[in-house]
Every structure is written in C-alpha cells, then in structure tokens.
Design a binder for this molecule. Sequence first.
Ligand code: NDP
Length: 311
Amino acid sequence: MKTIECAIIGSGPAGYTAAIYAARANLNPVLIQGMQPGGQLTTTNDVENYPGYPEGVTGPEMMEDFKKQAERFGTKIIFGTITSVKFNKNIGGLHQLTIDNKEEIQAKTVIISTGASAKYLGLESESRFMGSGVSACAVCDGFFFKNQDVVVVGGGDSAAEEATYLAKLCNKVYLLVRKNEMRASKIMQKRVFDTNNLEVLFNHETLEILGEKTVQSIKVIDTKENKEKVIKATGFFLAIGHNPNTEIFKNQLDMDEVGYLITKHDSSKTNMPGVFASGDAQDSIYRQAITAAGSGCMAALDAERYLADLN
Ligand code: NDP
C-alpha cells in the first residue's frame, strides 16, 4: 500500500488552497477530487466577491485556476472519490483511505475539504421528477428551460442568485419564499426586485410537483391566506441551503448535530491526530469561497507543523 505525507479530500477552494500550501511545503500532496471536481463553485455563474478578480469570474474558470496553481507546485490530482476511511488514533499513526472502493492509500496527514451538498424538500414528487424538471443547479440546467416558466424555492443568496440567473433565460420566474421576508443580502434582494420577469411569492410553500413524465405545474400553498394554488411551470429549482458532506467520517470524527466537523479553537485540528478539516465541511456560518480557501491554507499549515513535530 502506498504511503504519502498528505492526502487532501475534496477539490473546492479549500482543497486546492490546502494543496498549494502543502505542495510548496514539500509534502507531495495527493488530492482526491470527489464526486464534483471543483466543488460547488462549478455550479455558480458569476463570482464577484473573490479578491483578485476585479471584473468577476465564472465559478468553473476560477476553479480551473485553483487547480492549475495546485498542479504547478506538484500536487498529484486523482479523479475519484474516497469511499471509506479508517483514521488512526495514535499520534504519528497512518490513516487509511479507500478510493472508489478499490485502491487503498495510507497517509500521515489527511485534510478534509469535502464541502457541502444541496438540500431538497423531501417530497415524493420531487425525487420522481429529478432530472426531468427538478434541479438544484440553475447554472447546470437552466438552459433546458429557455423561454419557459420556472419556480425557484428559497430566500437566501443562492435562491436570489439562481432566480436572477434564470430570469435572463426564462420567460417568467416565480420565487417561493416560505417566510414574509428574504434572508438574502440587501444587494441580492435588490437584484431580485429589480428584475421584471421575476415574481417573489412570500409565505408560499410547495405542496407537490405535478406532471406526467416531466414537470408541468407546481401546487403551492399561500400560508398567510391558507389558500392553495397551482403555478404553471416546467422547471422547479431548489436553493434552500446545503448539508455538509461528512457522512463517511461519522463515528470517527467529532461533528455537530447537522454533521459539520468540529475543529479545535483557532485551528483546523479535528479530534484525530493528523486529521484536519477545512471549508464548508466544517463551516456552517461563513461558507464563502474566500473563507474556505483561508481555512484550506490553515489546514495545510497545521499538517506541516504536525509532521515537523513528529520528526
Ligand atoms: P441559506 O441557508 O442562507 O438560505 C436558505 C434559504 O432556504 C432560506 O431562505 C430558508 O428559509 C430557505 N429554506 C430552507 N429550507 C426550506 C424549506 N424546506 N422550504 C422552503 N424554504 C427553505 O442558504 P444559501 O444557499 O442561500 O446560502 C448559503 C451561504 O452562501 C450564505 O452565507 C450565503 O450568503 C452564501 N452565498 C453567497 C453568494 C454570493 O455572495 N454570491 C451566492 C450564494 C450563496 P428561511 O429563511 O425561512 O430559513
């Protein structure tokens, strides 16, 4: 079995930043990309708030830049998914990782940057129409709904971003917000309200997605008026937040009730020696590309120091 100094799980801003720092510190990192190479930003259209891109950049382009920078310093990038882990509780012990249920590697340090995944409402009709009108990624699937009417669910920045993105492509966008206010930042809300073909429906919840083979309409309830109605729409987009991708670390690493990994104060250290966590897998508060990148840097520095102390 191959033994390496540093394994990095995940390829979002946290993973690639950890790789850049670990590679420049001669840790010869191996980065395993995971199911969504480039992470959540590959489904984002315009990134306008990442320093260093004064004109903005698309998520996929930015992640390609991150990847190139990590490769430039010798990071080995593997297209695959970690399917199981066995962490070693002893200081200096080797951690075992299995890639795609086949290849096994052991690592002296592991940096977890597995990010988070989109949440769904949990309706039966939602899973039935998955890929046939139901999506959690407007940038990936919006094109298929060109000139059609669509519904977006959510009231945060993601919902505002997805809805305004779709409004450029679609005939009409309905944004269903379950409360009587949006959680999105003021600037994003302004964009929503300034968009002519975007209608915000406050106090609205989804009851069912209707159709035969594909989505044809959405049955909703106005909870203030206690009135049901049907909105004609062929696309149904979820933008209601995310869950951390930490399932495979259960029973080995400390996590909160939602599954966010718990790190020691002012560090990226988990409860396991040599295992560090960064990015959205451990951050339920900030969840930004820039904060994820910063925590990836912290994880690589912590890994480097841990290895130096062992020697
Ligand atoms: P948030 O957790 O901020 O918002 C989730 C939204 O979905 C809330 O409005 C919530 O409603 C609603 N919601 C949750 N569950 C349900 C449900 N079952 N039914 C109906 N509505 C539901 O998630 P986001 O993904 O929007 O944002 C996450 C983080 O990423 C934030 O920090 C955000 O600022 C950031 N972000 C920044 C962007 C940018 O700057 N360009 C773009 C996208 C995200 P309620 O308010 O009632 O709880």
